[in-house]
Each structure stands twice: as structure tokens, then as C-alpha cells.
Design a binder for this molecule. Sequence first.
Ligand SMILES: [Zn+2]
Length: 230
Amino acid sequence: MGAAPAVVLLSGGLDSATVLAIAREEGFATHALSFDYGQRHDRELDSARRVAQALGAARHLVLRLDLRAIGGSALTADIPVPQGRTVEAMGAGIPVTYVPARNTIFLSHAMAWAEVLECQDIFIGVNALDYSGYPDCRLEFIEAFERLGNLATRAGVEGRTRLRIHAPLIRLTKAEIIARGAALGVDYGLTWSCYAPRPDGLACGRCDSCLLRAKGFREADLCDPVPSAP
Ligand SMILES: [Zn+2]
């Protein structure tokens, strides 16, 4: 018998790349799932493709899903991405980069694919420490979704499979995530975090995502291979 399949949500960012490496390390045949959802930083999809290939995903599916038609986020509507905020400011309240119900939407698709693959394991790179502002990045949310998955699917109701949602980064700091991934051979040069890339293609260096990434590399005492604007 081959390795058991796992569906891994892959955005092309640093966290999900690390999760893909962790799922592989745990012996799963990884099935990476990305979304072309109308995000303003579509560059991350190129990163997702390269990360999936580099980390030996058995398959990589990119689903098209137009969340821009819904809007309501700085990532899917013409709302400015906040720049130059302190970590304290980021932690206070839910930022405008929150995409309404995004992780619920993504996990629902992952669950559907998992059911077809007869797969019990879904991996997601949510992190409650360095982005406490997002309600769908909390452990309670993940646990509730796991319960939902076992009620909502034929595979769950017939008792053939028991769905598990793995969130291996949930209690890690960004620095711990980077150290873990580096140890597993993740090439962070393939990943993309910036919410607002500049016209010249460089990461802006000032959005929340860039600032958290920079802080993570600094605290992990490693160099970020992706250059950003000074
Ligand atoms: Zn940025």
C-alpha cells in the first residue's frame, strides 16, 4: 500500500509551505489545494505551484473561486492594504485584510476533495499567535470544523473515514514556523507573503504580512531569501 493521501491547503505563503513539508515528513502523499479567488496578490499562486513541485506534492489543484464578487476585504476589493503598522496595532481587532469566511470556504472545498480521495486528513497552516486578529485561525474554529466535517460528509456518516483537521502551526510563532520549515528543507525563496507587491515586483516590506515575515526571520536568526523594498 502506498502512503495515505492528505489534502493540504497551500496559499504559496510561508506558513502553508511549512505545513506541506510537515505533512510530507509525517508520511502522507500530499494533495495540495490552492485557490484562485481573485486575490490582489495573484503572485502567490505562482509561488504555490513552485512550492508544490519543490516539496513533491502528488497533485496540485488550483480551484477558481471569485471572492472578488463578494468583496469586503482589502485583498479582494479596492480597499487599501494597511502599511507600516506595529505588531500591537495588528493584534488589536480584525484587520481589513480579513477575507470574509475564507478559511471556512477553503476548508469546505478541502473536505469535498478529501471525501473523493477517501482521505481522512486535511492540513491547514493557521496560526493563532502571530495573527490573532483572524477569527477563523483559532483552535476552536478548527475543532468545530472537524466536527462539522464528520457530520456533513457521506464518508463521515457511513463511518468509513474519520476526518481530522491538522493545524500544526497553531501555537507556533512565526520564528518557530520558519525554523521548523528550514529544518525540513523548505526553500522560503519560493514563497510569497506580501499583500501589496510594488509595480517593480518587489515585496512592499510594509504590509502586515511583510512585517510579520521580516520579524519571523529576524527572530529565527535567518535571512529571508525573498528581497523586499527597503
Ligand atoms: Zn508587503
